[in-house]
Ligand binder design. Structure first.
Ligand SMILES: [Fe+2]
Length: 426
């Protein structure tokens, strides 16, 4: 039988189909564009190639076409009975993913890797801060991510995708040295692995290594086209560093060129969360609030995510609605939050509402229960800094400077506090 790059057997006898599939998988696993075209080619070469259909479905979901992905899976249903057990299991994982049965999909992945630990395409949806574990809403999910990946390391050796995924988990757990070493190995294996470039950015961020981070990312982005999966988010990282360095013109240039609604092309979740996050962090850094820009983001949230339910998305939508003065949409999140993390979403939403009213005591009391549990919201530590920074800003505005510094030291250490872009914190 033909095999993929991870030595997994494939039910196709077409070399052309296999080669297109493997190249498509590498594009998908490295967050580069064009995977769906390769998977379509694989299917054109061999219509009976089940995993070609599964990979195409995932790829379509990733570019905001989940309904097309579901249709693709439906067309391939008749092929399942002839597939191997591994292929059947992977196909089922993708079906559950696209149908929104996240808990079932994650349970299936845990079982799948017991039998086929090197099946990267099956494992990948469980990894990353937006993955099935990342968005599980559970306390301890960062540790759970690491505990899932570490035992699998022996099966992957120097594989660039796995090292990048492992490194992200390590860096998010504060294992900076080993995480940064692993991500460098990943980039040596595939210098165009955008996931690894992203993890590197987090390594620089968590280390407070701003100048080197900017140099690395600016150079790496030269060959990463607009519209690529991480183009928007990597520019968010650059914009944050520009704020941190006090280069406000640079920060706003990046916002208007790569993050602003109507300009940003990329995954829906990044289009909302990166724009809302930047605008708020610019304000925390002392920039004046711009009603027009906030309304754009609030409108985008209403358009892209009319139904609540993903906590990380919901808190950014609430932020945009609060800052734009869009009380009706905000009320849906403060009064009727959905999902396992609805309690935190409601509290954070009320806190942002209080912030917009400059009710600093309200911010402090509403955010207090979120502060110790924001891991459950999903997203990276860098993204969730918005919670601590909001708290710190409210403490500063309340004249409680010592408490502000204590809060920031607990997250970043005394040496880094001066580099945090919150107006008045020195
Ligand atoms: Fe990031």
């Amino acid at each position: 039988m033909l095999r993929d790059r991870y030595d997994c057997e494939l039910s196709t006898t077409s070399l052309a189909a296999r080669d297109a599939y493997v190249t498509g998988c590498d594009l998908l696993l490295s967050a580069n564009p064009g995977g769906e075209l390769l998977f379509e080619r694989a299917i054109a070469e061999d219509e009976a190639f089940l995993l070609g259909h599964a990979a195409l479905a995932r790829s379509l979901q990733g570019i905001g076409r989940p309904q097309d992905g579901k249709a693709c899976l439906a067309r391939a249903q008749h092929l399942v009975s002839r597939a191997t057990d591994r292929e059947k299991s992977q196909f089922s994982i993708v079906e559950n993913l696209l149908d929104g049965r996240s808990t079932v999909a994650l349970e299936e992945i845990y079982r799948h890797v017991q039998s086929w630990p090197r099946d990267a395409m099956a494992l990948a949806p469980a990894t990353g801060v937006f993955g099935l574990i990342g968005f599980s809403g559970k306390t301890g999910r960062e540790q759970a991510q690491l505990e899932m990946l570490q035992p699998l390391a022996t099966h992957y050796g120097n594989d660039w995708w796995f090292l990048g995924a492992l490194a992200f988990s390590e860096i998010e757990q504060g294992l900076l040295d080993v995480g940064r070493a692993h991500v460098e190995m990943s980039l040596r294996g595939n210098s165009r692995n955008a996931n690894a470039a992203h993890v590197s950015a987090h390594g620089y961020y968590e280390s407070g290594d701003v100048s080197d981070g900017i140099r690395f990312l600016r150079d790496w982005l030269k060959a990463y086209s607009v519209g690529s999966p991480l183009h928007c988010h990597l520019h968010w990282h650059l914009a944050l560093w520009a704020l941190q360095n006090g280069n406000l013109d640079d920060a706003w240039s990046i916002y208007h060129a790569s993050l602003r609604p109507g300009v940003c092309i990329g995954p829906q979740i990044n289009r909302l969360t990166d724009s809302a996050s930047f605008l708020f962090r610019a304000e925390l850094a002392g920039e004046p609030s711009d009603d027009t820009l906030w309304r754009e983001v609030s409108d985008l949230a209403a358009e892209l995510f009319p139904d609540a339910g993903i906590a990380f998305v919901d808190i950014h939508a609430a932020l945009a609605h609060a800052m734009a003065g869009n009380g009706d949409l905000l009320a849906r999140l403060t009064e009727h939050p959905k999902g396992l993390t609805g309690d935190l979403v409601a509290s954070a939403s009320r806190a942002f509402s209080a912030f917009a009213r400059q009710d600093w005591q309200g911010v402090l009391s509403e955010l207090q229960p979120v502060l110790g549990e924001h891991e459950r919201l999903g997203g990276s530590r860098a993204q969730r800094d918005i919670i601590e920074y909001t708290m710190a800003c409210a403490l500063m505005k309340s004249g409680r400077e010592d408490e502000t510094k204590r809060l920031l030291y607990s997250r970043r250490g005394r040496a880094l506090v001066g580099g945090i872009p919150i107006a008045g914190v020195v």
